[in-house]
Ligand binder design. Structure first.
Ligand SMILES: NC(=O)c1ccc[n+]([C@@H]2O[C@H](COP(=O)([O-])OP(=O)(O)OC[C@H]3O[C@@H](n4cnc5c(N)ncnc54)[C@H](O)[C@@H]3O)[C@@H](O)[C@H]2O)c1
Length: 399
């Protein structure tokens, strides 16, 4: 073979190799368009729980239903809800998980999977969560992961779960190192938010829910600007403030209106940003410190409820925003006044180790490297900057 023939042959080989590596490269990038089509039926109002059977029919659910509940809710509402599910149509089993956060563990997740497996649940079947946000978080995670997804129906029984935890398709369990660290996005097929079940909710839990309602009031303008949520004739913050002039009862019609407004706002926010890349972050106002406070006080005599922890988180974040000159001092005074009227705390409890809180905050999912994105009130109450980068070194100023 002459030199020129050899060179020609080598060129050919090189070209083939290039051709080969083009097709066998380790990185495959494909672009395709997806539309997130999520249909969640949300029924809000007194007696909504009685729609359970007809909702299951509407979503084409299978016969098997697992009803998850906690003792403190089951004692009041389990029989009532079971009665709505005729035995000729459904094979219902129940599983009672421990009260409060104690159910949001990998052990209970496994127990649910085992329950479903032992009873032959398939993807047509349904998990119904009857309870507060802890149960709906656990149920959502179990439901999304067993066979990659059964039907999920939520019957939230706490005010906080009705306005927040049951809406929007986030779920989680806690890990020893942090709250809500393992979870998925998985949308319920239906949510039945029934104000009647709030009748048995302990007072402290009712006020906890008021904290999340205040959160919606504090992000209302930003949410309305970024989504199709339409503000009513009066700002939510004024309505909340007025309602709190008297002791709030579970069946207060003003509360009823607020529940509907909060659910609507969350649905619009989630529809715009289901996976929390932009505007959905605003719903985390006060949550970085709030989660740290929940973890730091868990299982102690000073244990804070989720809503109480978020209340402190919102007040302290507003205080930080004032120090950063993002909003005026009067905003902080107003937030504090509302929290006091709602019988909610606004300061980090004395005796809690500040360095521990800072450490817990750094484990937050919103952290990237040396900064963390916080939601900070800005300009006036109702408006927030939902991706304010805050250096980790500044976190001590929140506590
Ligand atoms: N997934 C989300 O988007 C989201 C949003 C907010 C909060 N959460 C989670 O929700 C949880 C907090 O929810 P929560 O405030 O409902 O607390 P919870 O679920 O712990 O309920 C509080 C207590 O009230 C009891 N209870 C609930 N309803 C009752 C009723 N009608 N009558 C009598 N007792 C009743 C519960 O059994 C529990 O003991 C936290 O784990 C939080 O992380 C999730």
């Amino acid at each position: 073979m002459s030199k020129s023939q050899l060179l020609e042959a080598l060129k050919g080989k090189e070209a083939k190799m290039r051709h080969k590596s083009k097709h066998r490269g380790p990185v495959i990038t494909m672009n395709w368009n997806t539309t997130l089509e999520v249909k969640t039926r949300v029924a809000v109002g007194a007696g909504a729980r009685h729609k359970l059977s007809s909702i299951l029919a509407q979503i084409g659910a299978g016969r098997r239903v697992l009803l998850l509940c906690q003792p403190s809710t089951a004692v009041h509402w389990l029989r009532d809800v079971l009665d709505t599910l005729p035995s000729e149509d459904f094979q219902v089993t129940t599983l009672e998980v421990p009260d409060g956060e104690n159910c949001k563990t990998s052990e209970w997740l496994l127990r649910i999977w085992e329950h479903l497996e032992a009873r032959g649940f398939d993807r047509q079947d349904t998990i119904v969560a009857l309870g507060g946000g802890a149960v709906s978080d656990l149920a959502g995670f179990a439901c999304s992961t067993y066979m990659r997804g059964l039907n999920l129906v939520l019957v939230p029984t706490s005010l906080l779960a009705q306005v927040d935890a049951a809406i929007g398709g986030k779920n989680a369990i806690n890990l020893p190192s942090g709250k809500n660290l393992a979870g998925t996005f998985f949308f319920p097929k239906a949510v039945l938010a029934d104000q009647e079940v709030l009748e048995t909710l302990p007072r402290r839990q009712l006020t906890s829910g008021l904290a999340e309602i205040l959160k919606y009031a504090l992000i209302e303008d930003t949410a309305a600007k970024a989504t199709d949520y339409e503000k009513g004739p009066r700002p939510l913050i004024d309505i909340v403030e007025d309602m709190l002039r008297n002791v709030v009862e579970h069946d207060d019609p003003v509360l009823s209106g607020l529940i509907t407004s909060c659910i609507k706002m969350k649905l619009f926010v989630v529809a715009r940003d289901p996976h929390e890349a932009t505007i959905r972050r605003s719903l985390n106002l006060g949550h970085t410190l709030g989660h740290a406070l929940e973890m730091a006080t868990a299982d102690s005599s000073t244990e804070l409820s989720h809503g109480e922890a978020i209340a402190i988180g919102m007040a302290q974040t507003t205080k930080y925003a004032v120090a950063q000159k993002k909003i005026g001092k009067d905003a902080l005074e107003r937030v504090k006044e509302i929290l006091i009227r709602a019988e909610l705390p606004y300061e980090v409890p004395k005796g809690l180790a500040k360095d521990k809180l800072v450490h817990l905050m750094t484990a937050d999912k919103k952290r990237t490297g040396d900064t963390i994105k916080l939601v900070l009130p800005q300009t006036k109450l109702g408006q927030v900057d939902f991706e304010a980068p805050v250096p980790l070194s500044e976190l001590a100023k929140l506590v």
